[in-house]
Ligand binder design. Sequence first.
Ligand code: ZN
Length: 98
Amino acid sequence: MHHTNRVICPVCSADHFTLKYQATYEYSYRIDGNAPGLNNTNELLPYMYDQREQKDAKQSIECKTCGTSYPCYFDKWTEGITPKMIQEAIASAYKSQQ
Ligand SMILES: [Zn+2]
């Protein structure tokens, strides 16, 4: 029996995962006369920044059963990513943790 569409945890053999994507952004506001940021006039609005820079991004696939976290990196999460690719990412993260 082949489970080609299932991704299996190498630690506990479960097949339920969560992808976690953590990103750090730095927002810059140019100080001007009325309020920080050229787009702000009366108050500092967090989304009205002048510049945004991504500082860091971490992805991991976490097994919902045993809680093992497998660091991975996919730059695009699309339909083109197959269970096989996810399984390979988990396998290589698992090997590097040994
Ligand atoms: Zn597991």
